[in-house]
Design a binder for this molecule. Structure first.
Ligand SMILES: Cc1cc2nc3c(=O)[nH]c(=O)nc-3n(C[C@H](O)[C@H](O)[C@H](O)COP(=O)(O)OP(=O)(O)OC[C@H]3O[C@@H](n4cnc5c(N)ncnc54)[C@H](O)[C@@H]3O)c2cc1C
Length: 341
């Protein structure tokens, strides 16, 4: 692999962009309010125009890890679902092949992960299949370091290109990204700073044979089947509500001090499976999935989900002395929020 890089590669002029008003924010939870202002920039120049309008803007990916407050959100919301943000490109032999035979592909941050997996297989490139069944855009997957039992996206990220609110395009190499469990630091510039991931460069391996490619396709099906059998994939949720915690002290039957353990198991053992508040329910199938039940005849409210997350967190703390940290990102009227007390 090339040396880690963190280079300003360009300064971007502003373009013009249309701002839409009071637009519902589509999320996998299917509850929550609207964006006061929303834009679909199709180019980095248009995205720069958005940053000029609101340097504290929020980026909507596939909405698969997001809970939007019922009252909606005030900051400008941008959706990268057009133009260069959904482009997928094999960088080719010139500068695109690494030691060890990995090849580089550059994918717009708004491209969907499932489609990118299929696309890479069509090119004869393998690796991404371990992320089968994870709903995400490439930008959202990189920010969250999406992954699971079979691997995580950071294993394949070569570089990430970010537009800073100052209007500089900066490329972070994988070392500079400091990926951790369900997070990437991007040198701290994403934290509340309105910086936006515009593209992700992945290093994927060319299958040596048709058999290897077929094996990668079979693996994709296996990973998706595993998720379907263990998680309520069809329910309305944001996947795991809480991050798996690292234990400060050994808990009998759960894990040893220092081990990262399943939040779902803690939630289950705290007796929370099946708990319901309004439309929000702790899944019977997987304790760490909080679902919005819109089939029960009660209004779908993000407030119910937040209240249930607080209740679950309190019960786990009471039973085990472990404080669960939300994995789901919360947006309130003023922007990114925390679960509070
Ligand atoms: C059924 C289901 C199963 C799931 N299974 C898994 C799993 O197995 N493993 C796993 O890790 N996750 C899982 N998730 C959660 C989710 O798929 C991941 O967290 C995913 O990475 C979210 O990507 P997104 O594009 O939907 O991001 P969003 O939910 O739209 O956004 C998440 C955060 O990323 C930020 N963001 C998004 N794009 C950008 C960008 N371009 N630049 C800057 N910030 C950005 C948003 O502002 C927000 O803060 C699951 C979710 C569901 C609904």
């Amino acid at each position: 692999m090339r040396e880690p890089i963190m280079t300003a590669v360009a300064t971007v002029d502003t373009g013009k962009v249309e701002i839409l008003r009071e637009v519902p924010i589509p999320t996998w939870f299917g509850v929550g309010g609207a964006a006061r202002r929303l834009a679909h920039p199709a180019s980095v120049a248009q995205l720069m125009a958005c940053l000029k309008i609101d340097a504290g803007l929020l980026v909507l990916g596939d909405g698969a890890n997001l809970l939007v407050a019922d009252e909606g959100v005030g900051p400008l919301v941008v959706v990268l679902d057009r133009g260069e943000f959904v482009a997928q490109r094999l960088l080719g032999p010139d500068g695109g092949v690494l030691e060890g035979g990995h090849e580089l592909v550059r994918v717009g941050a708004g491209a969907k992960l499932p489609q990118t997996i299929t696309w890479s297989h069509r090119l004869g490139l393998v690796g991404l299949e371990v992320l089968g069944g994870i709903p995400a855009t490439l930008g959202g997957a990189a920010v969250m370091n999406a992954g699971g039992a079979f691997g995580q996206i950071s294993d394949m990220v070569h570089a990430v290109t970010v537009l800073t609110r100052g209007g500089a395009l900066v490329e972070f190499g994988r070392e500079a990204l400091r990926f951790g469990y369900r997070r990437a630091e991007f040198g701290g510039i994403l934290d509340g700073a309105g910086a936006v991931v515009v593209a992700v460069t992945l290093a994927l391996r060319r299958a040596a044979s048709g058999d290897e490619l077929a094996a990668a396709r079979a693996k994709l099906i296996e990973v998706m089947e595993y998720k379907k059998s263990s998680q309520p994939m069809a329910a309305q949720s944001a996947g795991c509500a809480f991050k798996n915690p690292t234990l400060a002290a050994t808990i009998e039957g759960i894990g040893a001090a220092g081990a990262r353990v399943s939040a779902g198991r803690l939630i289950d053992r705290a007796g929370c499976k099946g708990l319901r508040l309004g439309c929000a329910e702790v899944s019977e199938r997987h304790g760490n999935f909080i679902t919005a039940r819109l089939d029960l005849g009660v209004p779908g409210r993000a407030d119910d989900v937040v209240a249930l997350m607080r209740l679950v967190r309190a019960r786990v703390a009471e039973r085990f002395g472990v404080s669960l940290e939300p994995e789901v990102v919360l947006w309130s009227a003023s922007g990114r929020d925390t679960l509070g007390s």
